[in-house]
Structure formats: C-alpha cells, structure tokens
Ligand binder design. Structure first.
Ligand code: FES
Length: 112
C-alpha cells in the first residue's frame, strides 16, 4: 500500500472517451468536490488500461478497485464508496481479465 493520496484514474483512451469518459471525469471530479470540498482524493486521467472493450474504466488506487462499464449514473455510488458512505461496487468489478487488472495495479505501484 502506498502512503500517498488516494487516486481515481479515469481512462481517456479512444474507446473510453467515445463512451463519454472525458465528461465522466469532469462530473466525477465535481461530484467529489461537492460532497467533500476538502477531499484529499485526486481524480486523474489515464491513457488506457488495456481493458478497452469494457469501458468506461475507472481505477481506484491504492484500493485496487477496477471498475468497468461505468456510466454517469454510477457517479453518486462511486462518490459514496470513495467517501466511506457506501460499499465498493461489486457490480462494476471483475469485468476485465485478471492480468489486465494486475498489470494496471503493478504499474500504478511502481510508477511508469
Ligand atoms: S480506451 Fe479505456 S481501457 Fe483502453
């Protein structure tokens, strides 16, 4: 586990951005700020996780949450899970191949 801030990565690769990931990034960032104006959680863009067929993909680090097929309507539940008001979202998890998840978590852990 890292001692750094919690990070939420939203894929901005071609497939995910075609599905609206750029707007989702902005809305998630805004929703998190509205919920907790002093939040230490950072929302960042990510070039591509390699799970393109399952986009929009959103990864929470160091929590090791790999969310797929994320839609704008999932934002409130994601914000709740980030702020401790709700559980991790199992319904969005486990859709990409395990090695795609593992490579992503390894890259985020070691830096890239
Ligand atoms: S385009 Fe989002 S995972 Fe590749």
């Amino acid at each position: 586990m890292s001692d750094g801030p919690r990070l939420v990565y939203v894929c901005e690769g071609g497939d995910c951005s075609e599905k609206g990931s750029v707007e989702l990034f902005e809305e998630l960032k805004d929703a998190l700020k509205r919920e907790d104006p002093s939040t230490a959680i950072r929302v960042r863009k990510y070039p591509c996780f390699g799970g393109c067929a399952h986009g929009i993909n959103v990864v929470v680090y160091p929590d090791r949450c790999f969310y797929s097929q994320v839609k704008k309507s999932d934002i409130p539940a994601i914000v709740d899970s980030l702020t401790g008001k709700g559980p991790k979202l199992d319904r969005l998890s486990g859709k990409v191949e395990k090695d795609v998840e593992q490579i992503t978590f390894d890259l985020l852990t070691t830096g890239f």
